[in-house]
Design a protein around this ligand. Structure first.
Ligand code: SAH
Ligand code: SF4
Length: 367
């Protein structure tokens, strides 16, 4: 075995490697290829937190790896707990930046919402993450490690069945790292999530949406938020580059497995996108697409003047869609008291305003 003890930095992040790459890494270290597969199994399936846990590796190898390879990409700095049971995990990256993941309890399972970037460059007017700009893309290992770390902490890891890329960042703007992470999440020798339970949400980067459909099978969600170009370009600058006609064509062409639909997220903002005419335009837009619509009341935050639509207006909008045979669900975001709801991530995270890790027994931020 020829593992060098000189420089931990040169070691690749094992959590970002594919199965072939980890075998190659093992061979390059002078180990048999099957050691790579063994280590991969410990990392993704048995959620090992250190090489010391990998009890079927020779003791000497474990201690050499401990000294030479850094297995942890993320450090948990805080966990905030909402009154509704939602938990926000705040992670520190190796360069000190902070990202967030949100664990959402559902009736019979847990869903984990993960981040793909620190910050976001897309500048959507309603989104707190977007108002802070992009810090950097996450590595594949940093995306997957959010899942590993949370899964290893929940009392029954098998309950965590659903993953959504709806946290901080635009996943399709970090395409190659996100694709690698998705492959490790759904591959049978990776974390083995069902591809039916993994959803990527995008603001509508059309070329990358088309590529994603060719490269992997996962669920697609599109943040639509408006049914005409004028309003959508006002809310989401990406619409000027890829207007609705191009976006909807890409949705129509997206290869969907049988009985699967594209989810369209539509934030309900008072007086902005919630009129009857908006609902009628939305119906027209979705024609010919296997679609379901999630109507999300706008979540308030410090960097936006928008107000949520009233409950009556949201119900009326929903009714108009249902009358035209479009599945439409009103989705109240969970965890607003800990700023864990959609669009509320990243608020505490600027270097001048470090995260608060003071919270009361009910999980409320006390600073
Ligand atoms: N960048 C990707 C995924 C992360 S955003 C995307 O835009 O799809 C996740 C979701 O949060 C998006 O559907 C977005 O429309 C929604 N969102 C952003 N800000 C929000 C807010 N203030 N209230 C409610 N939903 C919001
Ligand atoms: Fe970025 Fe999505 Fe927020 Fe838009 S809604 S700024 S794409 S995270």
């Amino acid at each position: 075995m020829k593992i060098s003890t000189s420089n931990r930095q040169e070691t690749p992040d094992l959590k970002g490697l594919s199965s072939a790459e980890i075998e190659r890494w093992a061979v390059n270290q002078g180990l048999p290829a099957y050691r790579g597969r063994q280590i991969r199994h410990w990392i993704f399936r048995r959620l090992a937190q250190s090489f010391g846990d990998m009890t079927d590796l020779p003791k000497k190898l474990r201690s050499t790896l401990e000294q030479t390879v850094d297995l942890q990409c993320l450090e948990i700095t805080d966990i905030l707990v909402s009154r509704d049971g939602t938990e926000k995990y705040i992670f520190k990256l190796k360069d000190g930046h902070l990202i967030e993941s949100v664990l959402i309890p559902e009736r019979d399972h847990l869903t984990l919402c993960i981040s793909s970037q620190a910050g976001c460059a897309m500048g959507c007017k309603f989104c707190l993450t977007g108002s802070r700009g992009l810090i950097r893309n996450l590595e594949a290992s940093e995306i997957v490690d959010q899942v590993i770390q949370v899964r290893s902490r929940v009392s029954n890891p098998n309950r965590l069945t659903n993953i959504v890329l709806m946290g901080m960042g635009e996943p399709l703007a970090n395409y190659s790292n996100v694709l690698k992470a998705l492959q490790n999440l759904i591959s049978p020798d990776g974390m083995n999530f069902s591809h039916r339970k993994v959803t990527l949400s995008t603001s509508g980067l059309v070329p990358q949406m088309r590529k994603l459909g060719q490269d992997i099978t996962v669920n697609l969600a599109v943040s639509l938020n408006a049914a005409n170009d004028k309003t959508r370009s006002f809310l989401m600058p990406i619409n000027k580059r890829y207007p609705l006609s191009e976006l909807m064509d890409a949705c129509r062409d997206f290869p969907l497995p049988s009985r699967r639909m594209i989810t369209f997220e539509y934030i309900m903002m008072d007086g902005i996108n919630d009129s009857e005419e908006d609902a009628e335009n939305l119906v027209k837009l979705l024609q010919g697409i296997r679609a379901k619509v999630n109507l999300i009341p706008f979540n308030k935050h410090e960097n936006s003047q928008f107000q949520p639509s009233s409950a009556e207006r949201i119900s009326r909008f929903q009714k108009l869609l249902i009358e035209k045979h479009i599945t439409a669900i009103i989705r109240k975001s969970k965890g607003p008291d800990i700023m864990a709801a959609c669009g509320q991530l990243g608020g505490h995270l600027s270097p001048s305003n470090p995260v608060c890790n003071v919270h009361d027994v009910k999980g409320r931020c006390a600073t």
